[in-house]
Design a protein around this ligand. Structure first.
Ligand code: GSH
Length: 202
């Protein structure tokens, strides 16, 4: 049987979440690096044209939330990080949606897009994304105990750490003002799977 394959982009926080899970759950998944920008042909694999994308037993799986559930299904015995898809889904999807807002705000800023026409939409979209990010971080900080969910490290902690460490590389988010979240991220950042998936400088 063909081994499962994860297509990833170096530096993508969503990809890094899947890569760290593959390492820590010791899954037999081949990781395949895609060059940036992604080739238009990639739309034939994933109609959203995005990484990460997992191919396993003839199925192509995306987006990230769906991949995490598929990776969990490939585990044989429970190993950290914990993941209870039913119970943890709201928090995981909220963190990943915050990640989409972070990427979108960053894309607008980094690609040099500025307002050139009258804004008839009624909101400043970058400001709105930034509000989403700040409010989500406050929401997570309020819920955080030792880890985001109870006393055991979970996929939610990994997702948050991947996103906030990515934000550092783009240097636009002061997440260290949230002490509990900072503790979670700093602790994960020194672990093996995070050390092995530090983005290469380009
Ligand atoms: N919501 C998606 C986000 C994935 C995403 O934003 N991937 C980015 C890299 S961080 C990407 O592949 N971008 C390529 C493109 O938009 O052309 C998920 O959960 O998988």
């Amino acid at each position: 049987m063909e081994p499962a394959q994860l297509f990833y982009v170096d530096g993508s926080p969503f990809s890094r979440l899947c890569q760290t899970l593959i390492i820590d759950w010791e899954l037999p998944v081949e990781v395949i690096k895609l060059e940036w920008p992604l080739d238009d042909d990639f739309f034939n694999k994933n109609p959203l044209g995005q990484a990460p994308t997992l191919i396993t037993v003839g199925e192509t799986i995306f987006p990230t939330s769906q991949i995490t559930e598929q990776l969990l299904a490939m585990t044989v015995v429970p190993v950290a990080p914990d993941f209870d898809p039913l119970a943890d889904r709201q928090m995981l999807l909220t963190i990943l949606a915050m990640g989409d807002a972070m990427v979108a705000a960053n894309q607008i800023t980094r690609s040099g897009l500025r307002q050139t026409e009258e804004n008839t939409y009624g909101i400043n979209i970058v400001e709105r994304h930034n509000m989403r990010i700040e409010h989500t971080l406050v929401w997570l900080e309020e819920r955080c105990k030792k880890w985001l969910i109870n006393e055991r490290v979970s996929v939610c902690d990994y997702a948050l750490a991947c996103l906030l460490l990515w934000a550092d590389t783009q240097s636009y988010l002061d997440w260290r003002k949230y002490p509990k979240i900072s503790r979670v991220v700093e602790e994960l950042a020194t672990g093996d799977s995070f050390a092995q998936t530090v983005p290469n400088p380009c």
